[in-house]
Ligand binder design. Structure first.
Ligand code: SF4
Length: 490
């Protein structure tokens, strides 16, 4: 066998043997990693490094010039033999399977392993990962006494100095791991057999392409189905329901018998595909937009959700607002206003006061999907009860323009099964909308903000401009969406 099967490869084999085979033999076919995924991986690494502080003084086996897993494994066994009591990224190879354990430490003369997850919850996939690691480590290190997952404690509140012992929650997976030893032995032989076949397994696309993670080879397997007329591009349907149609040989949206569809949001997509034109329920849209009272503005808020609480009184992954943009009109001219909170200081009070001040004279406040904004405002009301009434007043003025879209009052074939502001942007904003922006999503915005902690002032200023451009575009398209609806009903 060329190189050992890593935990990542094994997880892919669990998802789909074709995924596993392509990953091992044709890695160049992998889809490029999105910025969002890169950010998520980086956060995982950062939290893993932070958790090492729970067991200080260890040796990281990956701190070598060469990235070579065989060397890491050799170094791990040398460290164990030489009496080292804490090892980071401890590497083990058994039966051509390779795992790297975040932390391996000796407690009361017994080896205990910890795998760190940058998450508040334990999922079945995490448990399976950890059980697989246990299987390999136990076979290399029979003295392994326990295997734990370290996750972030949702109840932890930063008060004073950060208490790392309370920040992380420890959960043993030993029982599951011991129970599943035979399962992994069996699955390993299936995976090895797949590689020996020397041909790509004949596996059709299905719901498994997204479970537990989006496959890395969607670009390869889905290339013939990935057009907007495919039933697999339908929005507001479960993946299972889509594949039920697909497996009945209904491949295109316009082949669906519209009478068999009950959900209005799906029906409208089928009708748009058959008639090849936008679908609009004029009366409903008209009634909805009549709720907007002048003067009005649109508003968008961006949040940061640090895994490790940064400000006093906050919890892991708490939503911290850091930027808002407002768009309004004055004597026929569109105006924007943005407020950006520097990361170093907890200026949530100032943020709140600014937002209340700049919106107070408007009778309606347009948003697109108000759920995040409402959550942020509710949290600010808890934190600053003095402003509760003002916040309630602001909330009462919100008109959520996502509502008519969500309810299926409007759909355009160019929305391609998406009901997001981004899918509406090319229809509403002919000047390219989000296309030319550096920041492309709220998730990217959040991670870019987080990166401010390590940026020099010049880089930070540049990133700040990019974040503001993104937030302003969001607010601008929301603002223009109202006009777009008005033109369609008049
Ligand atoms: S896209 Fe689907 S079928 Fe293709 S390798 Fe991935 S999981 Fe398997």
């Amino acid at each position: 066998m060329s190189s050992p099967i890593s935990k990542s490869a094994f997880i892919k084999a669990e998802q789909c043997l074709k995924h596993f085979y392509l990953y091992k033999n044709h890695p160049y076919l992998r889809d490029s990693l999105s910025k969002e995924k890169q950010f998520i991986f980086k956060r995982g690494t950062d939290v893993g490094l932070f958790a090492q502080k729970l067991f200080p003084g260890g040796i990281d086996v990956t701190e070598t010039e060469k990235r070579d897993s065989l060397l890491f494994a050799q170094k791990t066994s040398e460290l164990i033999a030489n009496g080292c009591e804490t090892i980071y990224e401890a590497t083990f190879i058994y039966d051509d399977l390779l795992v790297m354990v975040d932390i391996l430490t000796k407690q009361n003369d017994q080896w205990v392993a910890y795998e760190v997850k940058s998450s508040l919850k334990i999922t079945d996939t995490y448990v399976k990962d950890a059980c697989f690691q246990y299987y390999v480590v136990k076979n290399c290190l029979p003295e392994l006494f326990d295997f734990n997952l370290l996750t972030l404690n949702p109840k932890y509140v930063l008060e004073g100095d950060l208490d790392i012992t309370k920040l992380f929650k420890t959960t043993s997976v030993l029982k599951d791991a011991v129970k599943n030893v035979n399962y992994f032995a069996h699955k390993t032989s299936v995976a090895k057999l797949t590689l020996e076949q020397s041909k790509v397994p004949d596996i059709k696309i299905g719901t498994h392409c997204f479970q537990p993670y989006d496959c890395d080879f969607l670009g390869t397997c889905w290339k013939n189905t990935n057009d907007k007329s495919s039933v697999l591009a339908l929005g507001k349907l479960t993946k299972q329901a889509m594949f039920d149609l697909y497996d009945q040989n209904i491949k295109r949206i316009d082949e669906i018998d519209i009478n068999t569809i009950h959900k209005k949001e799906v029906k409208i997509q089928v009708k748009a595909a058959i008639e090849q034109k936008e679908q609009i329920e004029r009366e409903d849209i008209s009634m909805f937009i009549q709720k907007v009272e002048a003067p009005f503005c649109s508003l968008d808020i961006e949040v940061w959700m640090p895994a490790i609480p940064y400000y006093q009184g906050t919890k892991p992954f708490q939503q911290i607002p850091f930027l808002f943009s407002m768009v309004s009109e004055n004597e026929g001219e569109v105006q924007t206003f943005s407020y950006f909170k520097p990361i170093e200081d907890d200026l949530r009070k100032e943020f709140l006061e600014r937002i209340l001040f700049v919106t107070k004279d408007f009778k309606s406040i347009l948003m697109f999907d108000k759920s995040l904004e409402e959550t942020v405002l509710n949290q600010l009301a808890e934190l600053f009860p003095h402003y509760r009434n003002d916040i309630e007043l602001l909330k009462s003025k919100i008109i959520d323009l996502a509502e008519p879209i969500r309810k299926g009052y409007y759909y355009h074939p160019d929305m391609n099964g998406n009901f997001t502001l981004k899918s509406m942007a090319p229809l509403v904003n002919k000047d390219d909308g989000f296309n030319n922006l550096e920041v492309q999503s709220g998730i990217s915005a959040m991670y870019i903000y987080e990166s401010f902690l390590g940026l020099n002032p010049i880089e930070a200023e540049q990133k700040k401009v990019e974040l503001i451009e993104y937030c302003e575009m969001d607010a601008l398209i929301t603002y223009q969406l109202l006009d777009y609806f008005r033109m369609r009903v008049n």
